[in-house]
Design a protein around this ligand. Structure first.
Ligand SMILES: Nc1ncnc2c1ncn2[C@@H]1O[C@H](COP(=O)(O)OP(=O)(O)OP(=O)(O)O)[C@@H](O)[C@H]1O
Ligand SMILES: [Mg+2]
Length: 259
């Protein structure tokens, strides 16, 4: 049975989108069928999977506003293993429409039910906020991947994130469903600086076994790949960050098998 994983941290620029697209790409090398849901108005994940912003009619936000079913909005990509539910800049009025829905926190959860069995992994790239969009993602999910950037103030805001996860866990429990912290991913480690390793120790002390053994190094190929709008696993397959994401996919697959 497939699993739904949200990649979430309300802190901006910690590597959520980079992780979403590279994990999707790396899982595809393992012949896993993946749906990547881009839940961010910035639409970075959509662009990085080669989807032109003007080339589609329906976005995930139209689905949340209940205008269309997810099947109508899902797009194929050049990679036969990866489909995408794309995002685009919020169209005026859509947000109000979603907020007015009395069952708004469960919209995505309900919409994904029918298509979940078709995928090995559904990955959700969350926006940098803890608003109703992220809550929708968490309620729809079986697990959360929390990327933490190995920088000053890395742990900042994590208490708020964990409180939100607990609140969602309580909501899901009513329906006999669970939400786990699937893993904490250390990102953008500068292997030449001691402060980065201090963050690694701090995060490992706090989260213990939840922390993935794979650490994503800070690597220029990764930022260059973003610039050209492709996953680093394709842009520079032998780079350190690409190899790390390939390793992460193996860890994700074995963790999923254990759960
Ligand atoms: N391992 C890495 N090495 C170097 N640069 C990286 C790495 N990972 C991510 N970056 C760069 O850091 C920036 C932020 O990454 P990303 O967009 O994935 O973060 P985000 O958490 O999705 O941001 P937002 O909160 O705005 O959605 C991007 O420019 C990306 O190219
Ligand atoms: Mg992002």
């Amino acid at each position: 049975m497939g699993t739904i994983l949200s990649i979430a941290n309300q802190k901006g620029g910690v590597g959520k989108t980079t992780t979403a697209i590279n994990l999707a790409s790396s899982l595809s090398y393992a012949e896993m069928k993946v749906l990547l849901i881009d839940l961010d108005y910035q639409a970075n994940a959509t662009t990085c999977l080669g989807i032109n912003r003007g080339s589609f009619t329906h976005s995930v936000f139209d689905c949340l506003a209940d205008n269309v079913g997810v099947e109508e909005a899902i797009l194929r990509t050049d990679n036969p293993y990866i489909d995408v539910l794309p995002a685009r800049t919020m169209v005026e009025g859509i947000e109000e429409k979603i907020i007015m829905n009395t069952n708004r926190d469960f919209i995505l959860h309900t919409k994904l039910k029918d298509i979940k069995p078709r995928y090995d992994y559904i990955l959700i790239d969350c926006p940098p906020s803890l608003g109703f969009v992220t809550i929708n993602a968490m309620i729809a999910s079986d697990g959360i991947i929390i990327p933490v950037q190995c920088e000053f103030l890395a742990m900042d805001g994590l208490t708020q994130l964990l409180n939100t996860i607990r609140m969602v866990q309580a909501k899901k429990k009513v329906n006999m469903e669970t939400l786990t912290i699937f893993g904490v991913l250390l990102t953008m480690l500068d292997t030449r600086s001691t402060s980065g390793f201090q963050v690694v120790n701090e995060v490992k002390t706090y989260f213990g076994e939840k922390v993935f053994q794979t650490i994503i190094p800070r690597n220029v190929s990764c930022s260059n790949a973003t610039f050209y709008g492709v996953p680093v696993t394709e842009f520079s397959p032998k780079s350190k960050s690409s190899l790390s994401y390939r390793q992460l996919a193996k860890e994700v697959i074995s963790r999923h098998a254990e759960n």
